[in-house]
Design a protein around this ligand. Sequence first.
Ligand code: ADP
Ligand code: MG
Length: 395
Amino acid sequence: MATRHGLRLKKSSKAVNSPASSTTSSSKQFVETSVDGQSSPASSSARSKSHFFYSEAAPVDVERLKENVTVTVRFRPLSPKEIRHGEEVAWYADGETIVRNEHNPSIAYAYDRVFGPTTTTRHVYDVAAQHVVTGAMEGVNGTIFAYGVTSSGKTHTMHGDQRSPGIIPLAVKDAFSIIQETPSREFLLRVSYLEIYNEVVNDLLNPAGQNLRIREDFQGTFVEGVKEEVVLSPAHALSLIAAGEAHRHVGSTNLNLLSSRSHTIFTLTIESSPCGENSEGEAVNLSQLNLIDLAGSESSRAETTGVRRKEGSYINKSLLTLGTVISKLTDGKSSHIPYRDSKLTRLLQSSLSGHGRVSLICTVTPTSSNSEETHNTLKFAHRAKHIEIQASQNK
Ligand code: ADP
Ligand code: MG
């Protein structure tokens, strides 16, 4: 059979050309409770221009968008080292309640879901990511962020490892499964992998692609000259990420430091069209799925060296802008959304504006040494989505 774009990836009787229905995740309530004096529990390319749907004049469907923004919190367990060092637990998840183990006035925050330290990434994926991936395969833009301080579990959540695959490999695998289960359409998948460091956009799939410009045309924003590779299998897509990670090594002996100081954006561009007879004139779907491992949010700390200070101020600005953009998108009252204030939000403008699904996964550590940072992350997550709190709950 003839193939479009020289590639045919297919196959369920489930037609996917209808727009995805909105996620109807009912927001639950989570309450931070003061448990004064209690001891801690042990558990405790070439760009195809047609991808971009954004238009500044397009009305934002606030109700739909609100439903399409999901904010969750994931606690990691204490590490063996932290246990050895007798680190105290300052925060923990007690079922659906987040508890602070220190004297503090009771403050209520709300999230769509809280994941405790024994929750698997697979479960996090099922709750906080799968609907975004399914939507993207059906033509609805999707963006998943991991937000949190360094060592809170962002990379564990997004990339994972052999034993515990992260959201990126799970999403890629799901995407190809959906193709197999959708015989009525044919798909073309492309990936790009970018890094933003100090407000400079670099292409991790192309060492020559440094300091790329974000541009805008009548269809929206795009990264000029970004390399996009067509992918034919999950293994192929993941090998590109591995190669991209290797590029981050260039000139750096301190990958950990670099990784905590830069945002990485893995984008799957999905194009699909009906196949078979009578498909003439039917819609071609184009969408993007952005999977983002953000820079560590701890950068607000006073830094001593000039380089660190500069990195910190860029990270602060981009994370702050991201929080403001998501918050303004959900509150629906603001006509001006400051996408332009950071490269990250500018680059994601097409995906975030109005029609896409967004999942913000905020990773936190239970340790008392990170207590204030955890609090900051919880506040950021709460601010990102205005979930009504029906009643406060104290222990
Ligand atoms: P970040 O990317 O936020 O800096 P990492 O993902 O590298 O943090 O996590 C720091 C360490 O904690 C890693 O060794 C990681 O394997 C471990 N870790 C993070 N989250 C979890 C989790 N939910 N369960 C088990 N180990 C985790
Ligand atoms: Mg990391």
